[in-house]
Design a protein around this ligand. Structure first.
Ligand SMILES: [Zn+2]
Length: 660
């Protein structure tokens, strides 16, 4: 095992130039200026700098000047030609690797028969793992960086400039293989730790002696505990049991779960005197203390080692600048807009009336705003109409025509989508190249399609149609797809919303209740998202922090978020709920993606719901994978914002609270 702290210094750090490189960089710039004149000097300085960042200085410092002088393409016609060439060539490299990967995974993804260990082996085989290093070895990275390298984040103004921005990422980072191997090992450790964090609710003696759970009630923290707690809402006298579970969630955050009882069905844990009993013997229980953060810290420590090899140097900056491509201030602003909007108090008032009591902290997870509406049966046998994947595939052009696509267009889109019977409930995979197809996967019973699987099919069809419209006809290959998954979910949900329409039935969902549900979901996740962002800043400000320091900090930060944004709805005591998300332990810093996903998908969906659907979807898809904010402005004429959702919820509240 690698001891973090004793690793060799990085061979090629992406962020800083070695001192030995500086004379060669100056020589290269001088040589290029001599050739292309002073007017090119700013572009030359940019090019040699970024080229130097990816150059292998350990072997060939002397070749750098010669390389730059023969591979620099001055802005204008020559640069454009290189851009077109790289756009095609690199797309084909990545796209064919995607196709190979899909082929290797077929046994894992599709219901092709028994899932054998050999299929698992083949499914894990990737031909792309050394691509970044190979781009360096063959100096493709150096070529790209010399001509297109930049850290600029201002939105480009032309399509060609967008392509240039996309190319600027090529070959920029190579994580040393010993570090990425260690990172994946440690993330697997966190995986199995989180997966094993099971609490046997029925093997605990609670302070409230009236609380008891059925035999073998075992739930994972925090998802399982949360969902079980909410499921109690329909039952008689749920509060004592909900309080008991809420207290267990608080104990998870504060490290007060019994080590002996965790995941162990043979142990009985008495909370009244904090003892554990096993095989007739009773002893004091040992708390897990900072165990969760010890696991986190192992994953985090190796990520800090990886930082100098990344484009922006920290987990925080890479997440916002490289992955989300949204400024941190903007994301935080949207989160706090949601958290501080007065409409959450109105939805809270509605929920309180429905529950018949003042709200309590666990009500933040309430999910049943729409319960009670029953769909009438279909007038035909859906399993007969769609017996298998081939029947669904054949139905696609007809469905698209009903959604407003012209007949020929619907036929063409349908010809690019292959439907398969999947092992998972459903997923959609974009075409890797122009000679590939979009793959729509949905699980279909032997007896044929059910209403549930048809719903999933419609959701995945939204993804697949988006994937077709954002690829084959796109002006540049580097701009295939949409900015991120939140955008494609906007299309997927729009299609899913139309499932009843396609099946020939009026929707029975109460649109106002649906609105309240959407707000409550995003309100719930916005707090943990903000907690995580503040916690990561705290981590970088406290590089020497121990696991115990981390446990305390995440609780303190979460409590402040609770006090500022939730106390007015649920009361002052938050029981640590802001800090309970197990997602944080993976150190992948992505909770805010959920919140932003709800916001972005809502805007896309709302826009499409009142427009001429097919031509507007075509127009939106043609924008391609530019920055999220640029996409949203060009698509719907607005900034990314929670405002449309918040105001629609306000109107839904007017109607619902008026109905009392
Ligand atoms: Zn989806």
């Amino acid at each position: 095992m690698i001891q973090i702290g004793t690793l060799p210094p990085p061979k090629v750090a992406t962020r800083e130039l070695p001192a030995a490189a500086k004379p060669a960089v100056a020589d290269a710039a001088a040589a290029l200026e001599k050739k292309f004149g002073k007017k090119a000097s700013a572009d030359i300085a940019r090019g040699v700098h970024f080229c130097a960042l990816v150059w292998d200085w350990s072997t060939s410092a002397t070749g750098f000047v010669a390389f730059c002088t023969s591979h620099y393409h001055p802005p204008g016609k020559e640069r454009s030609q290189l851009l077109g060439r790289l756009d095609e060539a690199l797309h084909l490299v990545r796209g064919t690797m995607t196709m190979v990967g899909m082929s290797n995974r077929l046994g894992l993804d599709l219901q092709t028969g028994e899932l054998t260990p050999s299929e698992e082996l083949l499914g894990a085989f990737s031909v792309a793992t050394h691509l970044d290093q190979d781009l360096r070895t063959f100096n493709v990275a150096a070529l790209v960086q010399l001509n297109f390298g930049t850290d600029d984040l201002d939105p480009p103004r032309t399509r060609e400039a967008w392509v240039s921005r996309r190319l600027s990422r090529v070959g920029r980072t190579v994580i040393p293989s010993e570090l990425s191997a260690e990172a994946s090992k440690r993330s697997a450790e966190v995986d199995s730790f989180v997966a094993g964090f099971n609490i046997h609710l029925d093997k605990i003696d609670y302070p409230d002696a009236s609380v008891a759970f059925p035999k073998d009630t075992v739930r994972i923290s925090h998802w399982g505990l949360r969902d079980y707690m909410m499921g109690l809402n329909g039952e008689k006298d749920p509060l004592p049991r909900q309080h008991a579970i809420r207290d267990l969630m608080r104990r998870v955050v504060d490290g007060e779960i019994s080590r002996e009882a965790l995941g162990n069905p043979k142990v009985r844990w008495n909370l009244r005197d904090n003892t554990v009993t096993e095989g007739g013997k009773t002893r004091a229980s040992t708390p897990i203390a900072a165990l969760r953060w010890e696991k986190f810290k192992r994953a985090y420590d190796v990520q800090r080692q990886i930082d100098p090899h990344t484009a922006f140097g920290s987990i925080i900056d890479n997440k916002f600048k490289l992955e989300r491509e949204m400024p941190e201030e903007k994301v935080v602003q949207i989160l706090t807009d949601i958290l501080s909007d007065p409409v959450v108090e109105r939805v809270g008032a509605y929920l309180s009336r429905r529950l018949g009591r003042p709200l309590e902290p666990q009500d933040i997870y309430f999910k049943s705003f729409q319960s009670g509406s029953k769909k009438p049966p279909l007038p035909f046998d859906i399993a007969k109409k769609y017996p298998d994947a081939a029947a669904l595939e054949a139905a696609i052009p007809g469905i698209l025509v009903r959604l407003g696509f012209k007949k020929d267009r619907a036929k063409w889109i349908g010809s690019k989508i292959q439907v398969d019977n999947s092992r998972s409930a459903g997923h959609a995979a974009a075409p890797g190249t122009t000679f590939d197809k979009a793959r729509l996967r949905v699980r279909i019973d032997k007896k044929g399609v059910t209403e549930e699987s048809f719903n999933i099919f419609m959701h995945e069809l939204g993804h697949s149609v988006e994937q077709v419209l954002t690829s084959y006809e796109m002006d540049y290959k580097s701009l295939w797809s949409v900015p991120n998954t939140a955008f494609t979910e906007g299309f997927a949900f729009t299609f899913q919303d139309k499932a009843d329409f396609i099946l020939g039935r009026k929707s029975v969902a109460d649109p106002d209740a649906v609105m309240l549900q959407r707000l409550w979901e995003v309100y719930e996740i916005a707090g943990p998202s903000l907690t995580e962002i503040r916690f990561f800043h705290w981590l970088y400000e406290h590089p020497e922090a121990t696991a115990l320091d981390m446990q305390k900090a995440v609780r303190t930060i979460g409590d402040k978020v609770w006090k500022d944004y939730y106390a007015r709805v649920f009361g002052a005591e938050g029981y640590g709920l802001m800090s309970v998300y197990s997602h944080m332990l993976w150190c992948i810093f992505y909770l805010a993606d959920y919140a932003m996903g709800y916001v972005i998908a809502y805007q896309v969906r709302k826009f499409l719901s009142t427009r001429d659907f097919a031509p507007e979807m075509e127009r939106l898809c043609a924008l391609g994978s530019i920055y999220p904010e640029s996409w949203m402005k060009a698509a719907v004429g607005q900034s990314i914002s929670a405002e449309p959702m918040l105001r629609d919820v306000d109107k839904a509240c007017d109607r619902l609270l008026g109905k009392a």
